[in-house]
Design a protein around this ligand. Sequence first.
Ligand code: NAP
Length: 267
Amino acid sequence: MRTKVFIHTNESKTSNAVKTRLVAMLEKANFLVTDKFDKSINLLVCVGGDGTFLQAAHEYNFPDVPFIGINTGHLGFFQEIMPNQLDEFIYHYNTNKYRIQKITTVQAEIKTKEATHRLVGINEIQIKGPSTSSTHLNISISGSFIERFSGDGILVSTPSGSTAYNYSLGGCIVDPRINLLQVTPIAPINTTAYRCFTSSIVMPAELTLQVELDDYTKDTSLTLIYDGMPIVYDNIESVNFTMAKETINLLRFDSYDFWAKVKSKFI
Ligand code: NAP
């Protein structure tokens, strides 16, 4: 049976040129390239940066099919291969020289007076006030009260999101083989008036982070930002963060080494 491949790309000229080259190479190697994403495809190729990968995973609703990324962006934590490695990619795929890395995700369950909503993040989900004012949140982990947070908000990161916004906020880099959620404060206020943790909290993936608005907060709206996409919710009662059931199957070749990638990108 011929391997059916769907290629997702961002709008850039470079990515489109890589796509054209890849289509020709795949067809020559007897792959079937389709323009339509559906359940019958065997491989999803994503050409772009990490941002393009995030967009594709959301657009196709976390499909089971393996993803392989060709990096035309900056960092390429999700993106496995460079545009000059297309031959290698086809050879390794055809000779089964790859493994699947499961990417875990985080979910937020947002209870408002009217309804319950759910968001899924691959990198992270942030919770912030609706305006530029500071926000005051009561934070518990699986029923145990931790702190009253005051500041811009908090970010709940997955292991693979730890090298994204989480890292810029001073959170730690986590090896994606570890199952956990990292809670990183965004501009925490730490004065005699307000006391809260200024470092990240790391919690086991099976626990729940519960967030409620402190009585001090008059506005009951909050902004939830999942992988960079914001939504404002009104009349918030609570927001619970847990690991989500959605995962992404990333195809990795034998040469993949997370820590070598970290070193080459950050040091
Ligand atoms: P964006 O402009 O698409 O992305 C911002 C940068 O984050 C890009 O350089 C992107 O790499 C990189 N990135 C994305 N996921 C990453 C990961 N897992 N590890 C390392 N770097 C990663 O921004 P957006 O569309 O608003 O949001 C997408 C993601 O970008 C968010 O989930 C957030 O984590 C991250 N972000 C970071 C900052 C910051 O560090 N100050 C600010 C905003 C957003 P590519 O160039 O390869 O796409």
